[in-house]
Design a protein around this ligand. Sequence first.
Ligand SMILES: [Fe+2]
Length: 310
Amino acid sequence: MLEISFRPLTPITGAEVEGVDLAADLQPAVVARLREALLRHKVLVFRNQPMDDARQVALTDAFGGATAAHPITNGLPDAPAVLRTALSEDRPGLVESEAGLGNPLRGTAPRRLRTEWHVDSTFVANPNAITILRGVEIPPTGGDTLFANLEALYTGLSSSLRGYLDTLQAIHSRHDPSPSPRFDGKASGPFVALHPLVRVHPETGVRSLLVSAVFLQAIRGLKPRESTALLDFLLDELAGRDEIHARVRWEQDTLVMWDNRSVAHAGPVDGLMFQEERIVHRTTVVGDLPCGPNGFVSRALMGDLFEALA
Ligand SMILES: [Fe+2]
């Protein structure tokens, strides 16, 4: 049996894993050990793991079955489970416009800080259980990924507020104006899903807040100002409570695996502060329908489930 060790990144979130070669050691006992560690640490960081896309997909399958690359965006032509993200293509979208006098009557909506904090694909009813990201081209510095422990986010609130949040559901959606057709012929949106605001982890039974600054639109049954105020508070907690955060610095051939049912993430947060390219390849493990403390089960209001590749 391999000697696998885990060096925590923080007391509650993340660990660097040593003693495993993911391109070679995928025996069931190793996968079981890593899965157990993933439930505990929520983010696992593996260094020096050179592999190709096929091996990344095999790794993803070993953890429960790879989905298509993304519910909206196509994967690579020869690897439909792999989503390639190149920062050079995303940088133009990172530039935020400034208020000016060119059109002073047009309102400038206030934006929250850290608007990129999210849980992957919550606009579908069954967001992926696990996300796997592999560093393919990594700059010398910059491009880190931040993680937030959603269980600690929940337990840090008062029991009175937790009791109220336990009863709520939230609407998550995404509608891209003109997405490219999907290779597999499935519809690429619009997507709307109704999720419990607090989810019970299907493997550990631990509660966490299912919040996202990106896809979560409103709390069901609240008046718009109530919903906005509550979400602003929860997202301020998510982004502002440093003690629930962990930060992963990438290297070439670093592979990061996270439990998308218990952490939110953000990044790269500093893409405009360096010039170099940053390319990562993402795969995702199929997820189940989140369930709330009161038994409410997520459901799709629009769009398909995010299912395993056939
Ligand atoms: Fe993400």
